[in-house]
Design a binder for this molecule. Sequence first.
Ligand SMILES: Cc1ncc(COP(=O)(O)O)c(C=O)c1O
Length: 397
Amino acid sequence: MMLNNTHSGLSRRHFLQGIGAGAMGITISDPLAAAARLLSSQDMPTPNPERRMGGNENPIGPSPKAIEAVAAQLSGLNWYPYQPDLEMAIHRFHGIDVQTSEGIGWAGLNTTFIQDSRVVTGVGSTEVLRAAAWAYLMEGGHIIQGRPSYNEISDSARKLGNRVSVSAVELKPDLAYDLEAMHHAIRPDTRIISLCNPNNPTGLLLGHEELGAFIDAIDPRILIVIDEAYIHFVEDTSYKDATLFARTRPNVLITRTFSKGYGIAGLRVGYGIAHPEVIKKLRGYTLGPLGMHSNSIAGAVAALDDHDHLERSRRAVVEGRTYLGRALLKMQMEPVSGQGNFVLVDTGRDSMEIFNQLLKRNILITPGARWNMPAYIRISIGLPDDNEAIVAALQEG
Ligand SMILES: Cc1ncc(COP(=O)(O)O)c(C=O)c1O
């Protein structure tokens, strides 16, 4: 059996070369040398020898700038983290102006205070989605979402007990969101409408105009959450920056993650953008400054600036998606023409059987049973070698 031991997208040798090349222009600090030594150790476990095509992670590996930044601050792990750096970097990245002031903060530290922040960070976007659910549903209420879609908001809200109810509105036969039916599902106690764009597991994208018209027709007391975890892989040229909605409306929360495009799922960083009042409300339910690891802050700040890596990730995904789409069609299977780093496909067979067959070949995918779509599987885009392996395995039947 062939094991894919370069699954991080970088072989150990290339990885070290990458670190060396990246570090050339800067001072090679001791922590960086220590990290390089650690990575060259024969004892280092090989991460993920399986072909992981079930979790929608980044196939090419983490942003090298993030690796460097993490390595460079390892010797400071004795200190508590300093979070304003990340929040400031996200504001800057999105071109959002904020007022700041300098002052003495926690433990006597000189601290940047951001006034009316429009950004909340979290341990992955999962923490931000959970905070939204808890902030808006603690007293009970109703959520509207699509089915199938990503369920973090409703799953988190259900933990609050039976004072929460959920309307999961079926997607249309073409698997697009049924916005009209979602609108009709609104009740006096509706607190959140949750959308995922592009949607997981379909990968289909709601257009900007359609989304804008939907938002404007909703009572502004209802929070509209738009989860853009996969936005970096969208090719549709009509896509316009949805953070505009979060900046111009009082009730729109856009969530983004560093886990997909930037390739640092292991560092667990995500964020939300919304009106300052929404941000304040969510902060009451996040772990706040002590929730985020110093490595995560350093890695995410550096990744935001790593345009080359993002572009390489995007290209690898688009090429893989195109390759898989064509190959699946040739096998008489019907892929959904989605825009995420995954392909949902109607195999015309029992997806659990396919799942088990692939598992025997060390290939992990997600069977559609999870979404009550028993003939579908969702394949996360891998490296070319992974994509070819899964096609060969599916051809063998
Ligand atoms: C649509 C969607 N939102 C959010 C997440 C969670 O991402 P994070 O790693 O930022 O917690 C995922 C993870 O797969 C996802 O598919």
